[in-house]
Design a protein around this ligand. Structure first.
Ligand SMILES: C[S@@+](CC[C@H](N)C(=O)[O-])C[C@H]1O[C@@H](n2cnc3c(N)ncnc32)[C@H](O)[C@@H]1O
Length: 221
């Protein structure tokens, strides 16, 4: 998969590429990245301007962004704008996006992007009901979540039991020490009885899912 980041601040992504699973996916050539700066498509390097009708902030201009998209877009590219009024991102969406060969992720900044951008994108995605300074962190969230699911990046079994798979939350996990400040690891996990361990994990996963769903309802904005 190829992922293109369109951003005024490409240096934001430097560390993202250097570590852990993303680094591994790059080394295995399961993913490639490119970075396009809309400033390179603007007059005198200026990609933002004041807002028509008044208002304090600056807005990204349409022309440099559209030219940036056009410089990389191919027939099968899927163009995503990161923005708070987009559909809220979830694991179902991750699985859907993983099917594309080329994804273009557009980061807004300041007050956002001139609204004529909506004629040039396939979809707007929000990473949650709050406002961030720019689309760079949301773009990394989208890229990271997809890369984990690409072939040969992590073991299939590892993500098959993760939270949100099969609409369930994962069961609790423990490692050494056996007892920490008086609290011990559940006995059954030390029993070596795989059937009993599996049963405990299933029940614990159900309990975690119930708690998660209850809290999600209470947390609606
Ligand atoms: C400061 S925000 C602009 C917010 C905009 N003025 C509004 O009120 O909806 C700047 C940029 O950050 C990104 N951004 C902020 N919050 C986001 C979110 N929850 N999900 C995805 N992108 C977000 C978008 O790319 C946005 O254009």
């Amino acid at each position: 998969m190829r992922i293109t980041f369109i951003s005024l601040f490409p240096e934001f992504f430097n560390e993202f590429l250097k570590h852990s699973i993303v680094k591994r996916a790059l080394e295995k050539k399961e993913v490639s990245f490119d970075f396009i700066n809309p400033r390179d498509f603007s007059l005198k390097g200026r990609a933002d301007d004041t807002v028509y009708g008044g208002g304090s902030g600056m807005l990204l201009m349409i022309e440099p962004i559209v030219k940036a998209i056009e410089s990389v877009k191919e027939k099968n590219s899927y163009v995503i704008l990161l923005g708070p009024r987009g559909k809220i991102y979830n694991q179902k969406k991750v699985k859907n996006l993983k099917k594309y060969k080329h994804i273009i992720l557009i980061s807004g900044h300041y007050e956002g992007i001139d609204a004529r951008i909506y004629d040039y994108i396939d979809e707007e995605i929000s990473v949650g009901e709050y406002i961030l300074t720019g689309g760079e962190i949301p773009s990394m969230i989208i890229a990271d979540s997809i890369i984990r699911l690409l072939p040969n990046v992590i073991k299939k079994e590892s993500h098959q039991n993760e939270s949100f798979e099969k609409k369930m939350m994962e069961s609790d996990h423990f490692t050494k020490p056996l007892t920490f400040r008086g609290k011990s690891v559940p006995e059954v996990l030390l029993s070596g009885n795989h059937k009993e361990i599996e049963k405990w994990r299933e029940e614990n996963s159900k309990k975690n899912t119930k708690k998660y769903l209850k809290e999600r309802k209470e947390n609606d904005f």
